[in-house]
Design a protein around this ligand. Sequence first.
Ligand SMILES: Nc1ncnc2c1ncn2[C@@H]1O[C@H](COP(=O)(O)OP(=O)(O)O)[C@@H](O)[C@H]1O
Ligand SMILES: [Mg+2]
Length: 704
Amino acid sequence: MESPQIINQVLQSSRVRQLVRAMTRAFNWKNTPLVGLVSYLRWAIPIAVSFVGIAYILFEQIVLQNHALDELSVIRSVLVIGLAGPALVWLTLTWAARAAVAEADAQKQLALRNQEARRRAVHLQTASLIGQRMSALLDLNSLLTEIVRLIRAKFGYYHAHLFLVDDETQEIALTEASGAQADAIKARGLRLKIGAEGITGSVAHTGRTLLCNDVSQEPRYHSAELLPEAKSELAVPLRVGKRIVGVLDVQSDRLNGFDNEDVIVLEILGNQIGIAIENARLFQETKRRYEAMVALHETSLDMIAQLDMDAVLQALMRRGTQLVGAQGGTIYLNDSEPGIIRNIANFNTSRDWRGITMRHGEGVAGRVVATGEPLIVNDYDHWAGKSDAFVGDPQSRVIGAPIKWRDQTIGVLLILNDQTMRAFDHADLWLLRQFADLASIAIENAKLHTQVKNFSQELERNVAERTRELSDAKEEIAIKAAQLRSLLSKTIKIQEEERARIAREMHDGVVQLITAARYELRAARVVGGATISRAAHEKLDAAREVLEETEREIRHAIYDLHSPLLDAIGLVPALEKYASRYQELAGIACVITVAGAPCRLPDVLELAVFRMVEEALQNVASHARAHNTAVALNFESAQLEIIAQDDGCGFDFRQWMNSRNGNHLGLIGMQERVASLGGTMQVWSEPGQGTRVHFYLPITREMG
Ligand SMILES: Nc1ncnc2c1ncn2[C@@H]1O[C@H](COP(=O)(O)OP(=O)(O)O)[C@@H](O)[C@H]1O
Ligand SMILES: [Mg+2]
């Protein structure tokens, strides 16, 4: 084996290497094989030299100079060299001992550093784990709970707290805690003025990490009696870019409980947490808005479906409360008295407030209606504008939104929570505002519906009343008409009887007298014989002629008054007879035509037909200036049809009907007569076009 190999082997053996390393450390040399070798030679050479020297002295003194071993020079030389060797060895051992101590120190340092490295690895692993957990959690509350729990558990801190910044009040509020006293601390709640109170308040203000390894020396330390063990505290800001959204605060029950390592890891975590909080908030906000929109949509559908005012108000209360996840709600609307609002509906309120009135400006409702702006009051009893009526009510968290219709505030919607429930925020306000706009539409709809309903009910009532009145009137008219008709037919009957009676009396009285007078004249002529002068004869003849003429006239009058032919020979022959006489007297051609088989009809009917035809032909003679007239009777169907027409001047029948006066009763009489017999009459006439009068009469045929 060559010597460098042996040296290498020696050097590689662990003990030697340790020793070499220790030596080099002791001499503050670098730990390289070459340097090791050099250091090895540094202590090996003196020992070797000491042995070589002794050997040389012994060799020279004893072999070359023949000195005895006990000679002083030999002894001295051996002593010198022999002492020098052990001295060197002692020195070497001392160095070696020092080197061993140094090695032990180095080992300890190494162990420490290893431990440190392990801790850092655990910290970083923990930080990464927390980061992962955070990115998976989108619900803010569970996110915060998980963050403080993990940080405290994984890093082994005494307590961990998380504060969130409340921009509105410029405070930080303890939101989550982990540690032995966490529940008690959370229950007690803690709010610190940013920049003015506590270590965390200061961190929220400066945005810089604050490490306090002995809280008893820190004037800003906010001592908490629930955490008596706290000795040191580390607070890091939670950031989103430059904005501080909160503070992560950890406490240790040891002095100098935190080192640089904690600071670095928690700062990294602080940034991650800040972003995670922002993400969760954004997610929640988006989710909330989405849910709000869905809820608003559903609400609008629900409310549009309701038209009855009470149902609308109940739906409004229920939906509004659900929308912001609150306990209850109430609605005030403007009263008929100006400047006053009145409670009209409640949902899950501590009392039924219906009927209670408030002045504009009084309480939350009054304030909202007066300003037209929404309002949040999270602690009513300590609110400057409180109204005595509601002080002490458990539901002391109030959010109010104006219900507006065409820029007019018509009422207020209040949503309520008690102190155990969450406080209202601006997101609720926004939502409620949108909701109140919908509410106003629903309320106006319901109002309109009520109005329309009332109006239509009124209308229905009026129509029913009028209909009743009308039907009463109709009945009355019908009764009157029936009475009139019967009166008319009675009148006609009496008239006809009277005419017959007069005709009879004229015939039996006057005509008999004339006949008697004619007999007397004849007798006078016989008695006078030849003695009667010619002149007297002429006078007698003249008297006879006057009598005959008188009798003719009277007979005509009797005929006009009552046609005995009608009774004797029936309707058609009587009409034919009348027509021929009419033709003679009026000078107008008159033709009677008959369709179907004529039969005898009841006297009243025959007389009526005769009189109507008579009246129609009289009118032709009086008004038509006609040349021809025709009367057609049709017995073919169930009702008797009679048409009397002429080729005269005609007239405007409709106009005549509208402007008729009481002096012309012919046509009206005909109409009434037909109606009394259950028939109808139609007149067709145009100026220059002649006139046609049409009658239809129901008939009951008689054998004849
Ligand atoms: N056939 C007819 N031709 C032309 N005008 C007629 C005829 N019948 C009736 N009239 C018009 O109708 C009016 C009403 O007739 P009527 O009631 O019988 O009353 P009067 O005969 O007493 O005038 C007549 O005044 C006349 O102007
Ligand atoms: Mg007439």
